[in-house]
Design a protein around this ligand. Structure first.
Ligand SMILES: [Fe+2]
Ligand SMILES: [Fe+2]
Length: 298
């Protein structure tokens, strides 16, 4: 485009010169000047964009695609120190991008936010199941300590995102993606240890805030579903759909979407998008009919 722009500008320059009453037109120098200006603009444009993006922390598509490059230092760190979390984030990225497109939100922002939403787990990767193999540090901890290790990843993620000058929308999503939901597993574990069978749930919940934007809500839904469905192999499509419906309904019942402008219609579209997209991302093609036949023969 910069090579062609002098050809576009040239007639305008001549017209402006003639309109100004000057008839001494030097086509050669006009061309040299306008071509030089176009080349200079092209050369200066990219570094200036980078400088302004850096100063004002602007999340335009250049910056988002730069941040989604897997050779970005923070993502490389996630891949080497928390490989399970890294893979989870990539899958959430694919889901979130599809969901954002489906409800008219920015798909690049959704993918990028998903890639970074769990960077807070870098503080202690082994405390998160996706990064464990045989050793589980929670076996040696009381539930109260376990839950504080788990829930602190949103706060640490926010701090790390700020230190790395990520766009403010992504910083916020690091903090908001679990909202004020409880960590069910450790709450139930703590409850089972109580003799009177009573335990307030508020010490077992994330600190919030709840999602404040539609993209934050998308990340919450995609994150929850990816984590729950990773190791789940349903027998029928109905079971698969029901499980996803239940996961989303739980978040609605916990009023996690009360503070963002998402509608029930948006949530239905997000759910249906994930139902269609997730099996292809997990490379899981369940032959439901075969399973039914097998069960019928058993
Ligand atoms: Fe998380
Ligand atoms: Fe996550």
């Amino acid at each position: 485009m910069s090579v062609l722009s002098p050809l576009i500008v040239q007639p305008l320059v001549i017209a402006a010169t003639l309109a100004g009453g000057d008839t001494s037109i030097n086509l050669f120098w006009n061309f040299v000047y306008s071509y030089g200006a176009a080349v200079a603009a092209a050369v200066i444009f990219m570094p200036l964009v980078a400088i302004f993006e850096g100063i004002f922390n602007i999340a335009d598509d250049f910056r988002l695609s730069e941040l989604c490059n897997l050779s970005n230092p923070l993502l490389k760190r996630l891949a080497s120190e928390a490989p399970g979390t890294f893979n989870h984030s990539l899958v959430v990225g694919n889901l979130a991008e599809a969901c954002a497109s489906a409800i008219g939100e920015n798909p690049n922002m959704a993918r990028c936010a998903a890639y970074y939403h769990d960077i807070g787990k870098l503080k202690a990767p082994l405390y998160f199941s996706e990064n464990q193999s045989s050793y589980n540090p929670h076996d040696e901890l009381i539930p109260e300590v376990s839950v504080s290790m788990i829930t602190s990843h949103t706060l640490f993620g926010e701090i790390l995102a700020r230190q790395n000058r990520l766009p403010s929308e992504i910083v916020a999503i690091c903090r908001q993606h679990h909202g004020t939901a409880p960590v069910g597993y450790f709450y139930r574990k703590a409850l089972s240890l109580k003799e009177d069978g009573e335990l307030a749930v508020n010490k077992y919940t994330y600190a919030g805030p709840k999602p404040q934007t539609k993209i934050a809500a998308i990340i919450m839904i995609a994150d929850t579903i990816e984590a729950a469905m990773r190791a789940y192999t349903p027998d029928t499509r109905e079971e698969y759909v029901n499980r996803i419906n239940r996961l989303v309904d739980e978040k609605i019942e916990l009023r996690q979407f009360d503070e963002c402008p998402i509608t029930m219609g948006d949530i239905a579209v997000i759910k249906n998008t994930i139902i269609e997209v997730l099996p292809s991302i997990h490379h899981r093609r369940v032959d439901y009919d075969k399973r039914k036949r097998e069960r019928g023969n058993a």
